[in-house]
Design a protein around this ligand. Structure first.
Ligand code: MN
Ligand code: MN
Length: 382
């Protein structure tokens, strides 16, 4: 009997080994295709950008690949889907036609032969559209209120919304709605001050940084656009609403456009305005500067994008291919005032291309492609 005992043990080892080998083979067969769950960025009210990585053995034939999504869990290729071309193992694409303020489940998929493999699902929540919101047309830089995004930090105030750049110590852009409801009797409050909502540990810019710099504390959302009450007007004097602006730009050219905007309101329109900065280095009353005060960057130019619609409700639905859009790009110097504001009109596309921002991202692409290449040519007498 003793002679069989070692043989028996060897037999068991061979059996175990074979089992293990078999399992390994089966496992290898199963993981021939792997897809990461989609990462989702640039979320608007109607669209989102998706990417996912696909690992696949090249001997296999891909029939189809892309993303699928639905309002219910476990979307399949029978739900809404985006099919992607090409051989890249990086799946990237823009989901469109989404419903504002909705929760979607999104998966990446690949079909090989008669088999479709899905990634794990990712949750996507589209922006909701509140009529008259200061950011109704979209968030141009997909800014988020996350302190790690310190060059594109979203700050939402009742009077305006902005993207703050802690590296430049000025806003990248400020966005606001203007209609007759915001215009009242409040006096100019003139209480320039640091913004208490600047995150802990960041430099809080104070009015002193602009003193003797040769640059004005230039409002993005103007004081005169918020005169319904003292609270509203005072909010426009926060330093997060200011950029170093050449006096001739601020007081002449820029001021003319601000007055023209309120004139449009006085004749029955409401406006969606985004205003911001581009480039580094401007010419103020004391000449050229790239920085003033405690590291406040001086922009090379200022831009503005204005959508104009007659007074009414459901504003986002009333933006269409014939909506008048005025965009300007004005150099931040003392010579800009030699020409009227309207000579600085450009297309929205040209500002998108220099800044990398996307204006009107809450509007369908089919309307954006009509309104964004246009340079406004309507005759302006003042
Ligand atoms: Mn101003
Ligand atoms: Mn756009």
């Amino acid at each position: 009997m003793n002679i069989f005992k070692p043989l028996f043990i060897v037999f068991i080892f061979i059996l175990l080994g074979n089992l293990g080998y078999g399992q390994k083979r089966a496992k290898q067969k199963k993981i021939q295709i792997e897809i990461n769950s989609p990462s989702i960025t640039k979320v608007t009210a109607v669209s989102a950008f998706c990417s996912a990585k696909l690992s696949i053995k090249d001997s296999l034939q891909i029939i189809s690949k892309g993303f699928c999504w639905s309002l219910e869990k476990n979307p399949t290729i029978n739900s809404s889907k985006l099919v992607l071309d090409g051989k890249s193992s990086l799946l990237e694409g823009k989901l469109i036609g989404l419903i504002p303020g909705s929760k979607y489940y999104v998966k990446a998929f690949v079909t090989v032969g008669n088999r479709t493999i899905y990634s794990a699902e990712t949750l996507l929540v589209t922006q909701s559209l509140a009529d008259n919101s200061n950011i109704l047309m979209g968030n141009p830089s997909f800014s988020e209120p996350i302190t790690s995004c310190d060059s594109n930090y979203l700050m939402v105030k009742p009077q305006y919304t902005l993207s703050y750049n802690n590296k430049k110590r000025i806003p990248n852009w400020v966005s606001w709605h203007l209609s007759k409801e915001y215009i009242g009797e409040a006096e100019r409050n003139d209480d320039f001050r640091g913004d208490a909502e600047i995150p802990f540990g960041w430099v809080k810019v104070v009015p002193d940084y602009y003193a003797k710099s040769g640059f004005d504390k230039g409002h993005m959302c103007p004081s005169a656009d918020r005169t319904r009450n003292t609270t509203d007007n005072s909010a426009t004097f926060l330093m997060t609403n200011m950029v170093p602006q050449a006096p001739k730009n601020n007081r002449v050219t820029w001021n003319q456009l601000e007055a023209y905007s309120r004139k449009l309101v006085s004749v029955g329109n409401e406006l969606y305005i985004v205003s911001g900065i581009f480039g580094k280095g401007g010419y103020g009353a004391n000449g050229y500067a790239e920085y003033i005060g405690n590291g406040v960057e001086v922009p090379a130019s200022l831009w503005k994008v204005i959508a104009i619609i007659p007074n009414g409700d459901n504003d986002i639905e009333r933006i269409n291919g014939s909506t008048r859009v005025v965009a300007v790009l004005i150099p931040n110097n003392q010579d800009c005032s030699s020409k009227p504001w309207h000579s600085y009109r450009v297309s929205v596309d040209s500002i998108e291309s220099i800044t990398g921002y996307d204006f009107f991202s809450n509007i369908s692409d089919s309307i954006q492609v009509i309104i964004e290449p246009v340079v406004d040519t309507l005759r302006v007498d003042d």
